[in-house]
Design a protein around this ligand. Structure first.
Ligand code: ZN
Ligand code: ZN
Length: 161
C-alpha cells in the first residue's frame, strides 16, 4: 500500500510503500509517549525504506532517544526518530538494525488506513496510571513488546499489502 504522509505545518511530506499499513500496534513506551503520543501511546507502521521519497528534508530534525534502564548506564538509541523542526510533528523511525524498514507514525499519514481487526497494547509496563488502556474483545495486552513482527502480524491476519 502506498502511503502519503506529512507534518502539520506542511514543510515536510513523504510517500512510502508499506506492506504493513494496519495501525494495530499501540506502543506505550516512554519514548513513544513523550515524542509522539499525547494519548499515552504512538502507533508505528511497517514500510520499505528504499521506496521512501521525502520533500522538505532540510526541515527534518533527528532524535536519538536516551535509553534509561535501572542498574544500567544511560545510553543513546541508534534509531533515528525524525520530526519536523518547524511544527514538532513526529514523522517516522528508522533503526540501523533493520535498515530495509522504516516505521512511519500512523498519526503522520494522510492516506486512509485500514481499521485493525485486533489491537495490540504494547509496553504496558511503562504506561503511567492515567492512561486508560482499552480492554475486552480485540485488545491484546503486552507488558513489553509482542514477539511477532509487524509483518508476521499482518500475515497471520491475511492483511499483508
Ligand atoms: Zn511541520
Ligand atoms: Zn515505543
Amino acid at each position: 500500500m502506498r502511503l502519503e504522509g506529512s507534518c502539520h505545518c506542511g514543510a515536510v511530506s513523504f510517500t512510502v510503500e508499506a506492506p504493513s499499513p494496519v495501525p494495530f500496534l499501540h506502543c506505550h513506551c516512554s519514548v513513544c509517549r513523550k515524542t509522539a503520543g499525547g494519548g499515552g501511546y504512538a502507533i508505528n507502521l511497517g514500510a520499505r525504506a528504499e521506496t521512501m521519497k521525502v520533500r522538505g528534508r532540510s526541515h527534518l530534525g533527528c532524535y536519538h532517544a536516551l535509553i534509561r534502564e535501572p542498574g544500567r548506564r544511560t545510553r543513546r538509541s541508534k534509531a533515528e526518530r525524525r520530526f519536523c523542526k518547524e511544527c514538532g510533528s513526529a514523522l517516522w523511525l528508522w533503526d540501523p538494525t533493520w535498515p530495509e524498514l522504516i516505521h512511519p507514525h500512523a498519526s503522520a499519514i494522510d492516506t486512509p488506513l485500514p481499521k485493525p481487526p485486533e489491537v495490540v497494547e504494547a509496553a504496558l509496563d511503562f504506561a503511567p496510571a492515567w492512561v486508560d488502556v482499552p480492554t475486552g474483545r480485540g485488545h491484546v495486552h503486552c507488558g513489553q513488546w509482542p514477539s511477532e513482527s509487524l509483518a508476521e502480524w499482518h500475515q497471520r491476519h491475511g492483511l499483508l499489502a
